[in-house]
Design a protein around this ligand. Structure first.
Ligand SMILES: NC(=O)c1ccc[n+]([C@@H]2O[C@H](COP(=O)([O-])OP(=O)(O)OC[C@H]3O[C@@H](n4cnc5c(N)ncnc54)[C@H](O)[C@@H]3O)[C@@H](O)[C@H]2O)c1
Length: 396
């Protein structure tokens, strides 16, 4: 079925918007018709590339009657206010992960979308990556039996990429949990059915110059009996992309000769200079987003089922069965984040919600907080706001 393109507004023309560009430029099911951003350079760049209208405030974007949906790509702590403003204007919403920083804000966002009768999708998130979706389909087919155990780990240079100061303060959504952990949690919840029951975790904040969590290990258990181990380090030493065919998170080729580049780029920068460096990676600053050569990924993931283990890779899923090994390809689309646009188009044009709703995003955020709480108290934390794949809530 073909539909009229979704008329999309964009709120925030920073790094996250840059990373959506290869998708927006290659998927004609969406048309970028308006943007709102505080910086005049990025507004000018938007109008020069896409035409349409550029505003200085979210209120003007919310009042524009020629917009079906808005992609929110502003800093985490602003998401709740922005969702409320746009939902009140009747816009469907795609909000970048994490849904919010606090669970109170997450509750406000669920309520705002419900009250306005609009769809709220949390994405992009790596739970939309084609190999993850393929593994989910393979699990749903029942051929491999039940999911019993998942191992997910990722070693990156996250903590040493240029940051705004609040991205290094946990209480404002800084550190690896809210920006990175939430991807891993989303993926693992999708593979294990969504309904996590409890978390036991340890976290590490090992660099006094960047005093927020840079690492964690968490054990989650799920309704139905599956359990998962999630490990992340953003300390820029070991790089688990070498176990992903030297494909980087965003699908570009990784050059091993660039080892240590993230730390070197930050050397001797004060926080203001670092925030300025981050702005050089933003829309309208001249830099172009990387063109992916493979699907995006979030590090090695192995799923153990009754009759097979599944290993995710950027190219697809490797199946290790009782007697045979095989590889099922997940093709790379010219619009690398096509599954996110599929979800948006289905929500706007068919009134059909994806798995990654506001309630789903709140459940993943609950796990982020539970990891921090478990590590602080040295005890397991019971989860209360989880929802399953069909977006049914267990408890409010
Ligand atoms: N899914 C991904 O791959 C991915 C990658 C990067 C960031 N993100 C997410 O995107 C969000 C933004 O992060 P970022 O790294 O792009 O930050 P950023 O600082 O590069 O961009 C944020 C942008 O929001 C703009 N902004 C600030 N206040 C605004 C307002 N009131 N109205 C409109 N625009 C406003 C800023 O000018 C800036 O351009 C975060 O929630 C982050 O988690 C997701």
């Amino acid at each position: 079925m073909t539909y009229k393109p979704v008329r999309l507004g964009v709120l925030g023309l920073g790094r996250a918007f840059m990373l959506m560009l290869p998708t927006f430029r290659n998927d004609d099911r969406v048309r970028l018709v308006a943007a709102a951003a505080p910086r005049a350079e990025s507004r000018d760049a938007f109008v020069a590339e896409f035409g349409g209208r550029a505003y200085a405030s979210v209120e003007e974007l919310a009042a524009d009657p020629e917009i079906d949906a808005v992609y929110i790509a502003t800093p985490h702590q602003m998401h709740a206010d922005h969702v409320e403003a746009l939902a009140a204007g009747g816009k469907h919403i795609l909000v970048d992960k994490p849904l919010a920083v606090t669970l109170k804000d997450a509750d406000r966002m669920v309520a705002a979308a419900d009250a306005a009768g609009v769809h709220l999708i949390v994405g992009p998130s790596h739970s939309f990556d084609p190999p993850v979706a393929l593994a989910r389909q393979m699990i749903a087919s029942g051929d491999c039996g039940q999911v019993r155990m998942v191992q997910a780990f990722n070693y990156t240079d996250f903590l040493y990429r240029p940051r705004r100061p609040e991205e290094l303060r946990t209480e404002e959504g800084g550190g690896v949990l809210f920006s990175q952990g939430v991807h891993q949690i989303d993926i693992v919840r999708l593979l294990c059915g969504g309904l996590a029951r409890s978390v036991y975790a340890m976290t590490g904040a090992w660099d006094r110059e960047r005093p927020t969590e840079g690492a964690y290990t968490a054990v989650l258990d799920f309704e139905g009996g599956a359990f998962a181990s999630l490990t992340y380090s953003g300390y820029a030493h070991f790089d688990s992309d070498i176990w992903m065919n030297n494909v980087a998170e965003l699908g570009g080729r990784k050059n091993p000769a660039n080892y240590g580049a993230a730390r070197r780029a930050l050397r001797d920068l004060d926080p203001d200079a670092e925030a300025r460096l981050k702005q050089t990676r933003t829309y309208g600053a001249g830099a172009e987003p990387p063109q992916p050569e493979a699907n995006e990924h979030f590090g090695p993931i192995i799923i153990s089922c009754d009759r097979a283990d599944l290993r995710l890779s950027p190219g697809g899923v490797e199946l290790f069965g009782d007697n045979d090994r095989s590889f099922i390809e997940a093709p790379l689309d010219p619009a690398p984040r096509k599954p996110v646009i599929d979800a948006l188009v289905e929500a706007v044009r068919q009134d059909s919600a994806p798995t990654q709703t506001a309630r789903w995003g709140r459940a993943s955020l609950e796990v982020c907080h539970a990891i921090l709480t478990s590590a602080a108290r040295r005890q397991a934390v019971t989860l209360r706001k989880q929802c399953g794949i069909e977006t049914k809530e267990t408890q409010l």
